[in-house]
Design a protein around this ligand. Structure first.
Ligand SMILES: O=C(O)c1ccc[n+]([C@@H]2O[C@H](COP(=O)([O-])O)[C@@H](O)[C@H]2O)c1
Ligand SMILES: Cc1cc2nc[nH]c2cc1C
Length: 350
C-alpha cells in the first residue's frame, strides 16, 4: 500500500526539523534510579548479567517503568528506490525492491519469520510510489520537499503506544547511499566505505567507490550540514528512518537500529545533537565492514555479531529475544531477601 500523501508536514522546513532534533526529551531519571536500586537487590553477584543489566536499565529509563515491559514490540521496514542504481552499483535490479516488498506482504521474507519468533508486529512502509531518488552523482538525491515528506512518513509511522521499535530498510543500491552519507559525515573516500553490499564483486565494489567519490565531490558544498547531506546522498527509506528515530525519541520509545544502512540513516541525528541516539541500541555488527567503522564513530556497541548483511530489520528483530531476557530477569528475579539467599560473603571466606 503506498504511504498516504500528507497535506501538512510536522517539519515544513529544514530549520524546523533541525530545531526538533536539537530539542529532545531525556529519559526518566526516577525510573533509572529505581531500576538501579532494584538491580542491586536481585539474586546474583552484582554486574554478573553484564550488558543485560544495562539493557534493562536503558529500556526502563525510556519507558519510564521500574520493570520494563515488551508487550508491544513493533518492527517497521521502510523501502525505497535509488537512482544511483543506474551507475551499476548493485548486482540486483531496482525492481527487486518492490518484489521484496510483495514478499514481505506474503510472509515469505526472513524478517517475517524473525519478527514472528521475536513476538513482534511487522509494518512495511513502501515508498516506491515515488519516482526513484535522483542519481546523486549528478544531482541531490531528493529536493527539499521530497526529503521533508519522507522524514514525515517515518515520523508518522511511530505510535506512542510502543514498548520497543525495531527499524530497518529495503532498497536496492542503498549501501552506496549509506556509504556516501557516512563518508560525508565522518570523512574518508569511497574506497574506505564501499563494500560488497548485497553481493557486488571486486569490480562492482571499485565502481561503487568511484561513484561515492563522484557524489562526495558533487555535494561537498554541504559539508557540515547533516540534514543537507542526508537529503543529497540518502534515500527515501533512509530519510524515513531518520524521521522515525526522531519521533520515537519525542515519544520516549526505545529503538533498535539494524545494519549499515539503518545506522547511517540515523547518524545525522547524532551530528545535530550529541545525545540524539541515547534512546537507541545497535542490534548487530553487519558483515559490511563499514558498519563497524560507523558504529565506532557513533559510539554504539553492537549487541550481536552473526555475519548478517541482509537488512530488512532482521538483526534488529533478532535482538528482541535478548531484550526480553534482560527485561524478564530484571522484573522476575527474586531479591536476596525474598529468596533468603545470603547477600554478602562472610568476611575472610575465599
Ligand atoms: O543491513 C546491512 O548491513 C546490509 C548490508 C548489505 C546489504 N543490505 C541490503 O541489501 C540491499 C542493498 O544492497 P546493494 O548492494 O543493492 O546496495 C538493501 O536492500 C539492504 O537492505 C543490508
Ligand atoms: C533478495 C534480497 C532481499 C533483501 N532484503 C533486504 N535487502 C535485500 C536485497 C536482496 C537482493
Amino acid at each position: 500500500m503506498p504511504a498516504p500523501r500528507r497535506t501538512s508536514l510536522p517539519f515544513p522546513t529544514p530549520d524546523a526539523l533541525r530545531a526538533a532534533c536539537a530539542d529532545l526529551p531525556p529519559p526518566d531519571e526516577a525510573a533509572r534510579y529505581a531500576i538501579a536500586a532494584r538491580e542491586a537487590t536481585l539474586t546474583k553477584p552484582p554486574g554478573s548479567l553484564g550488558r543485560l543489566e544495562e539493557l534493562a536499565a536503558w529500556l526502563g529509563a525510556w519507558q519510564g517503568r521500574e520493570r520494563p515491559a515488551l508487550d508491544r514490540v513493533r518492527v517497521v521496514v521502510f523501502a525505497g528506490n535509488h537512482g544511483v542504481v543506474a551507475r551499476g552499483v548493485s548486482p540486483w535490479p531496482a525492481s527487486v525492491t518492490a518484489q521484496m516488498v510483495a514478499n514481505f506482504a506474503a510472509g515469505g521474507a526472513a524478517i517475517n519469520q524473525i519478527a514472528r519468533v521475536a513476538g513482534a508486529g511487522l509494518t512495511v512502509v513502501p515508498m516506491m510510489d515515488l519516482a526513484p531518488t535522483a542519481d546523486f552523482t549528478v544531482a541531490p538525491a531528493m529536493d527539499q520537499d521530497a526529503f521533508l515528506a519522507a522524514v514525515a512518513t517515518g515520523h508518522d509511522a511511530v505510535e506512542a503506544e510502543t514498548d520497543l521499535l525495531c527499524l530497518g530498510e529495503m532498497g536496492i543500491g542503498n549501501t552506496t547511499a549509506a556509504a556516501a552519507l557516512a563518508a560525508s559525515l565522518y570523512g574518508g573516500s569511497g574506497a574506505d566505505w564501499a563494500g560488497p553490499g548485497a553481493g557486488s564483486d571486486a569490480d562492482g565494489v571499485a565502481r561503487k567507490a568511484r561513484t561515492i567519490d563522484a557524489a562526495l565531490a558533487r555535494h561537498a558544498g554541504h559539508a557540515g550540514d547533516p540534514l543537507a547531506l542526508a537529503r543529497c546522498l540518502g534515500g527515501y527509506e533512509m530519510a524515513a528512518i531518520l524521521g522515525a528515530v526522531l519521533a520515537a525519541r519525542q515519544k520516549r520509545v526505545p529503538v533498535v537500529l539494524d545494519g549499515f544502512i539503518c545506522t547511517a540513516a540515523a547518524a545525522p541525528l547524532l551530528r545535530l545533537n550529541p545525545d540524539g541516539l541515547a534512546h537507541t541500541v545497535l542490534s548487530h555488527r553487519s558483515a559490511e565492514a563499514a558498519h563497524g567503522v560507523l558504529a565506532r564513530h557513533l559510539g554504539l556497541e553492537p549487541l550481536l555479531n552473526l555475519g548478517l548483511r541482509l537488512g530488512e530489520a532482521s538483526g534488529a528483530a533478532l535482538a528482541v529475544p535478548l531484550l526480553r531476557a534482560a527485561a524478564a530477569c530484571h522484573g522476575g528475579m527474586a531479591t536476596f531477601a525474598e529468596a533468603e539467599v545470603s547477600e554478602k560473603k562472610v568476611s575472610g571466606e575465599t
